[in-house]
Design a protein around this ligand. Structure first.
Ligand code: ATP
Length: 279
């Protein structure tokens, strides 16, 4: 493993095959007799930013939680591989050394300083009884710098704004130095510059070899940032692949119940979408 500028740990290239990323098959999850995820197959290639898209209630958060091992799939046939390791078979601590989950409304009620909250990300990497080392603190400070929160290190998390908390969640995940990062609406609460900054951080992680899968509502942000997208509707994958193939009217209109127009950004060549209600 090597540690990179963003703090990510990536597989050192050599004669061994490169990282393959995330590959989930037949993931189902039900509650109270209702099938919320229905045999989802989804991939997130290593070294790419992948977007998990879909209308409200389509199952994005649930899928991220199952992939992260927070809730077990309800069907024994599910398989979640990451670089050929069986993620569902890993113990909690080992899994936390591989993947970080940034949840949408992560709890921040504990009276912790920002630095202490970010240091929680180091727990999987040290022995159970050890305190924070200088190296842990250096990683945490680097993560805070990456999200632009250095000046807030000694503030109590409970006093932060929604956008500031969102950045702290991201910093905690970066401090975990994951090879796979799963994020639920990482741009929630962020202003437009902060959204672009968060997505630039994800892009930098991907360039360092980290596998990134982020649930996103804003299809234009997804179009601008993602290499690969997975589109969910009612707990099923309805399309997956390159943004240019998935973010098209024939795919989006029936799923979101809108009329989509797609333009091409004159500089980046990426899709720019506009929407209206039909009729
Ligand atoms: N613990 C639960 N008990 C009952 N229903 C649940 C539970 N967890 C999720 N659901 C339901 O499963 C469906 C999918 O929820 P999920 O949060 O995964 O959707 P989502 O795509 O992330 O939605 P959003 O875009 O609105 O955040 C929703 O209808 C939700 O109400």
């Amino acid at each position: 493993m090597t540690t990179t500028a963003t703090g990510a740990r990536t597989a050192t290239t050599g004669t061994t095959p490169g990282p393959r990323g995330l590959d989930a098959e037949r993931v189902s999850w039900s509650v109270g007799g209702r099938l919320i995820l229905d045999g989802v197959d989804a991939t997130a290639p290593a070294g790419a930013v992948s977007g998990l898209l879909g209308p409200n209630g389509s199952g994005k958060s649930t899928l991220l939680r199952v992939l992260a091992g927070v809730q077990p799939p309800s069907d024994a046939g599910a398989r979640v591989a990451f670089d050929d390791a069986d993620l569902l078979g890993l113990g909690r601590r080992k899994r936390a050394r591989v993947l970080a989950l940034v949840e949408q409304e992560a709890s921040t009620d504990l009276p912790l300083t920002v630095l202490d909250a970010v240091l929680l990300g180091r727990i999987p990497h040290r022995s159970l009884l050890a305190g924070d080392s200088d190296a842990d603190r250096a990683v945490a400070h680097r993560a805070l710098a990456t999200v632009g929160m250095t000046a807030f290190a000694e503030r109590e998390v409970t006093t932060l704004s929604g956008g500031e908390r969102q950045r702290v969640h991201m910093a905690r995940a970066l401090a975990q130095e994951p090879a796979l990062i799963l994020l639920d609406e990482p741009t929630n609460h962020l202003d437009v510059a902060a959204q672009l900054d968060a997505l630039r951080t994800l892009r930098a992680l991907a360039e360092d070899g980290v596998t990134v899968l982020a649930a996103l509502h804003d299809l234009n942000l997804a179009a601008q940032t993602c290499d690969h997208v997975v589109l969910l509707s009612e707990g099923r994958v309805v399309a997956a692949g390159d943004v240019r193939d998935v973010l098209v009217p024939d795919v989006l209109d029936p799923v979101y119940g809108v009329r989509t127009e797609v333009l091409t950004h004159p500089r980046t060549g990426r899709p720019v979408l506009s929407f209206e209600l039909p009729g």
